[in-house]
Design a protein around this ligand. Structure first.
Ligand SMILES: [Zn+2]
Length: 317
């Protein structure tokens, strides 16, 4: 069984429900989740899809978008007796023992809080356990991987990191630029996570991590979740495969130790063209292909279990 530490399914839920659909997860996704052995997910509040939100008149800013997404989530969960929103790994285990899947709530970009750090308390009160300061762009806290690579966190961003620590929201550096990454490492106490990023040593894009960054995450006690998105797997189209993603995981295990390697698949084939996963990992029903290759590359059963679920859940105790 697998815990997927980064999923954008709340986006699909919101898109579907605003178009009048019901039980989006059950009708569109449950079968693949079952086939892929997904026992639980981290569901991200990601509200930066401009093309989508510009057609939602009441969604004026990130805060309104977040409120709409939360309302859609609430309505969806009310129709999904098989899925339980949890705050801790202990609650996740109890939901699993009761035969349910579980979901942690996470934030992918905190633009919605503006310059008001009480927005972090609001996230914490909702049960958010993992949070990214920014998505690819720049906000009042930090700059994302799509912006200037060198600018660090703002003063407000550093205070946000501390506030998150006080409220038990684990810092997630996927999407941060390099300057922000190292500022987080100086500021954060406790484990730092990159929920959905691969290795620059194998695919040199800004969304992936250098070996030095991997070691810094290891030293914080955190984990890195491997990401299926084709462009983060290899520069060469032919090598964007499940086998290559397994090589990223193996490289992480070599650099950090296997106890810091996890899954944050970021499946978003349902977004449409340009969002394809690697070959053999086109949607979450194919997760077993990653573990087939991990075994081929010499990872034993215990280590595969750690990558599949134990490592990430250890951070969310
Ligand atoms: Zn992302």
């Amino acid at each position: 069984m697998v815990f997927d530490g980064h999923s954008d399914l709340l986006y699909d839920v919101t898109r579907g429900r605003l178009a009048g659909e019901k039980r989006v997860l059950e009708r569109r996704h449950l079968r693949n989740l079952e086939a892929g052995g997904v026992e639980g997910l981290a569901l991200a509040l990601w509200v930066s899809a401009q093309d989508f939100w510009k057609n939602v008149p009441e969604a004026k800013g990130h805060r309104e978008r977040t409120d709409i997404m939360l309302l859609c989530m609430k309505a969806e969960l009310a129709e999904c007796p098989w899925l339980e929103l949890v705050r801790t790994a202990g609650e996740a285990e109890r939901a699993k023992a009761a035969g349910k899947k579980y979901a942690f709530l996470t934030v992918e970009g905190m633009d919605a809080i503006g310059d008001d750090l009480s927005g972090i308390d609001r996230y914490a009160d909702l049960g958010v356990r993992l949070g990214m300061l920014t998505w690819n762009g720049e906000n009042l806290l930090a700059t994302g991987a799509g912006g200037d690579p060198y600018s660090g966190l703002t003063e407000l961003g550093r205070r946000a990191v501390r506030r998150m620590g006080e409220r038990s929201i684990v810092m997630d550096v996927s999407h941060l630029n390099d300057g922000g990454f190292w500022d987080v490492m100086k500021t954060a106490e406790g484990p730092v996570v990159a929920s959905h990023s691969n290795c620059r040593a194998l695919c040199d894009v800004r969304r992936n991590l250098t070996d030095d960054q991997l070691r810094a995450i290891r030293d914080s006690g955190g984990v890195v979740g491997v990401n299926v998105h084709h462009a983060f797997v290899h520069a060469d189209r032919e090598r964007q495969t499940a086998e290559m993603l397994a090589r990223h995981a193996a490289h992480m295990a070599e650099v950090m130790g296997v106890e810091h390697v996890a899954c944050g698949f970021d499946f978003c084939e349902y977004f449409g063209p340009g969002n394809e996963g690697a070959e053999g990992l086109e949607n979450c029903s194919q997760i077993h292909n990653l573990f087939y290759w991990l075994e081929k590359l010499g990872m034993n059963e215990k280590e595969r279990e750690m990558v599949a679920r134990e490592n990430f859940l250890r951070i969310l105790r």
